[in-house]
Design a protein around this ligand. Structure first.
Ligand SMILES: Cc1ncc(COP(=O)(O)O)c(C=O)c1O
Length: 269
């Protein structure tokens, strides 16, 4: 079912159409920005939040983001009940924007339903460093995701499916493609964006459901390792329980399961 639409001229093209020039900085230097959204009930979920973040990412890469993303996203979802929508803008010059619609991968549904085993891995920076050094691009959703993908491959060599990045001074950061949250004594605890992590739209949407008290604060490795429940939040997978962490069995916790189910219901209501 892949579908491809171009921002320029708001038009659908054959998904096999070659788009990017060989000298595009998005290709040569990884200087593209992107957003991945869930299409649910025929709509791009939390579109405004994703578009706001796309603009922030573009600004941080000094990428002149063209207009028309909302129209492009709505057009891309036309006639699609469920799916994944990627909005991508390569730096060019000139910048080139497109939307790609694909099916929801089976492993996303499996992860949300049955949970994922995870390991902690260092990102090699202190918790403060990515915010203090803006050129490290903490909190930017660029297509320079080779480190993120390599982290996930490394996690797989350790028998896990997911990784939780830790700072070199022992704090919880994020996962390579998800926000991390813990349940401690019934409170959802999650690190602040000031540790250089992406502002998760799924976290924002889950918190807006107001089902659990929340504490956004820096989180230590000890708190992570002794948490009652751990979950990963991201647009396509939704709320995925971490069923084991560094070999410690956690299972699917009741608060995580409630948040997951409430979030899924909110997407189709
Ligand atoms: C590094 C990183 N952190 C967090 C997230 C979660 O963001 P969202 O909930 O907006 O999908 C993602 C999503 O891909 C991500 O790549």
């Amino acid at each position: 079912m892949p579908q491809l639409l171009l921002l320029e001229g708001l038009r659908r093209v054959d998904p096999a159409t070659p788009l990017l020039r060989a000298d595009d900085l998005g290709v040569l230097r990884g200087e593209s920005v992107f957003e991945t959204l869930r299409i649910a009930a025929g709509r791009p979920a939390f579109l405004a939040a994703h578009l706001a973040r796309l603009a922030v990412s573009a600004d941080r890469l000094d990428l002149a983001l063209p207009q028309g993303w909302e129209e492009l996203a709505l057009m891309a979802c036309d006639g699609v009940d469920e799916g994944v929508l990627r909005l991508v803008c390569a730096k060019g010059p000139p910048p080139l924007g497109f939307a790609l619609v694909t099916d929801i991968p089976a492993d996303a549904v499996r992860g949300r339903t049955f949970g994922v085993p995870a390991v902690t891995l260092t990102l090699g920076v202190t918790a403060a460093q990515r915010a203090e050094a803006p050129y490290l691009l903490g909190g930017v959703k660029s297509t320079s995701y080779a480190v993120n993908m390599a982290t996930l491959r490394h996690a797989r060599t350790l028998g896990a499916e997911e990784a939780i990045w830790m700072s070199s001074d022992g704090e919880v950061l994020e996962a390579p493609t998800a926000t991390v949250a813990l349940i401690v004594d019934g409170v959802l605890v999650t690190p602040p964006t000031s540790v250089g992590i992406l502002a998760g739209t799924t976290l924002g949407a889950v918190l807006a459901l107001d089902r659990v008290p929340c504490d956004v604060r820096r989180v230590t490795a000890h708190e992570l390792q002794t948490a009652d429940e751990v979950m990963l939040l991201s647009s396509v997978r939704g709320v995925a329980p971490v069923v084991s962490l560094d070999g410690r069995e956690l299972g699917v916790g009741p608060v995580t399961a409630d948040l997951r189910d409430a979030f899924e219901a909110s997407l189709i209501s």
